[in-house]
Design a protein around this ligand. Structure first.
Ligand code: HEM
Length: 488
């Protein structure tokens, strides 16, 4: 088996970049990518690699992504990440993402239709600025509705599973904020079935993203089809009051597809997955850490009380969040808690497809890339770097606060980093829903802390499952019980 050019091979693993053969030497990648990978073949082959034999791991691992027989070069030096994200001409995001969308969501037209692809990207402006302010208001209304109808009914303690709780609330708030009200006889049933199917589908995501033949993925494919069917023309007509982003996406899709084309449903299910699959575990971990760290809870309560006082508001028994996005964004501990959760729990990768043979000018020479291979940034290398973040495996609620203000400056080797955390990817493919997601988690945390007494019941620490390694925020290995009571 051949490897990259000789220069690429001689560069030290922990230093600047590695290819797959050497990646096993990196403590974080070694531990997370291989040790948690469920595939037995990979575990076995890891042994071969540590004994420095030429490996099958390139193929095996890359077939995990469906890029069988290709190399992935990881740029590990954060000062050189821009070599990957700034070179749009030779390093293409589209080639990678459209192929993934075709496999995972069955969106087949994207890889061949550049126009559709770029038109869809124009919709994302409706997830920012003034449009985001509108979404923020709608979100607050939807949250109010859920809390009043479900959690304000009793004044006694109620015990629930935390992940189940977060999944249910985040899914419903996101779905209704983006897609509007559902005009169906049993609205709750429709939403809970769609949510459960999406969660089962998410569980199958890594298999769909792989090169495993679809005949062996019957369960995953049937879930994929079931989701697509939820977004038939008939069902879409029952969703009223679409957000601007959904309306514009629909207008574009109508230009490219016949109204009854099932691929429209594939686009909808892809967007639904993107809008919920990472926010749910982010909310879980934020709640989990908050409840396990009384000092974090106290700091957050304190800054919320401050905001209530300074805006002349009182906590009444009626649920109401009367704040602007700007006001919530001014809560530095709330923001720091969310950033710390994303630093610890997000494990996504920024991939680019190498369009032509290329030499990246890294510090120690040229990093040679071969046409058709992949180059990647794996932000957890940055997130867990002890040189940047002291005790990187610890949750520190105030890590991103300094002198009462947001801390944005972090250093490595005495040099200031451009980005200290990258949970939303970077460059052209940076997550367009990042402001929406953070606003949503902020609103829900704010509401929980303001209106409820909360206690974690299970005391044992919960681990991450690493099942969605490279694809986003990790889910917990098991659920955890907590109880809540409306504040008297
Ligand atoms: C905490 C929550 C979230 C996290 C951690 C997250 C993270 C990411 C990441 C890492 C990417 C890929 C970036 C890359 O390849 O470089 C991405 C893409 C994307 N995200 Fe998010 N995301 C979150 C929430 C959301 C929400 C709420 C929405 C929609 C409202 C959304 C919509 C999208 C879309 C549409 C893409 C694909 C963009 C493209 O094709 O260029 N995400 N997200």
């Amino acid at each position: 088996m051949k490897f990259l050019g000789s220069k690429a091979e001689t560069i030290d693993a922990g230093d600047i970049y590695v290819n797959w053969r050497k990646i096993v030497l990196h403590p974080i990648l070694d531990y997370h990518v291989w040790a948690h990978c469920k595939w037995k073949t990979i575990r076995k082959e890891k042994k071969l690699i540590s004994e420095s034999q030429d490996s099958l791991i390139h193929d095996t691992c890359l077939s995990f992504f469906g890029w069988c027989g290709k190399y992935i070069t990881f740029i590990l030096n954060p000062f050189q990440f821009q070599l990957v994200t700034k070179n749009h001409k030779q390093l293409s995001f589209q080639m990678f993402s459209t192929k993934l969308s075709a496999k995972v969501f069955s969106v087949k037209m994207l890889p061949t239709n550049q126009e559709l692809n770029s038109e869809i990207h124009t919709c994302y402006k409706y997830l920012q600025g003034k449009s985001l302010d509108i979404l923020f208001e709608t979100m607050a209304q939807n949250l109010k509705h859920i809390f009043e109808s479900e959690f304000f009914k009793t004044r006694n303690w109620d015990t629930v599973q935390m992940l189940t709780f977060c999944t249910s609330v985040i899914f419903e708030v996101t779905f209704t904020t983006l897609h509007g009200k559902l005009l169906v006889a049993d609205r709750k049933k429709f939403i809970s079935e769609l949510r459960d199917d999406l969660m089962k589908f998410d569980d199958q995501f890594p298999y769909l993203a792989s090169d495993i033949p679809t005949v062996l993925l019957r369960r995953a494919i049937s879930l994929q089809k079931k989701l697509i069917k939820c977004f038939t023309q008939e069902n879409l007509a029952k969703m009223q009051g679409w957000s601007e982003v959904i309306q514009m996406r629909q207008d574009i899709l109508e230009k490219y597809y016949e109204p009854d084309d099932s691929e429209i449903g594939a686009h909808y299910s892809a967007f639904l997955w993107a809008s919920t699959a990472n926010t749910i575990p982010t909310m879980f971990w934020a709640m989990y850490y908050l409840l396990r760290h009384p000092e974090a809870m106290a700091a957050m309560r304190d800054e919320i009380d401050h905001l209530l006082q300074s805006t002349g508001q009182k906590k009444g028994s009626e649920f109401f969040i009367n704040f602007t996005r700007e006001q919530l964004d001014s809560l530095v501990y709330l923001e720091s808690i969310i950033l710390e959760v994303l630093r610890l729990c997000s494990f996504s990768t920024t991939f680019r497809y190498v369009e032509e043979d290329l030499a990246l000018p890294v510090e120690s020479g040229d990093c040679r890339l071969r046409k058709g291979d992949l180059v990647a940034i794996f932000p957890p290398v940055l997130h867990h770097d002890p040189e940047i973040f002291e005790a990187p495996e610890e949750f520190r609620y105030d890590r991103f606060v300094e002198d009462g203000k947001k801390k944005t400056t972090f250093f490595k080797r005495g040099k200031k980093l451009k980005h200290c955390i990258m949970p939303f990817g970077s460059g052209i493919s940076k997550c367009p829903g990042r402001f929406f997601a953070v606003s949503e988690v902020k609103q829900l945390l704010f509401a929980l802390v303001t209106y409820f007494d909360l206690e974690i019941i299970d005391d044992k620490p919960v681990e991450m499952s690493y099942r969605r390694m490279l694809f986003g925020v990790q889910y917990p290995k098991s659920d955890v019980l907590f109880r809540y009571k409306v504040k008297s």
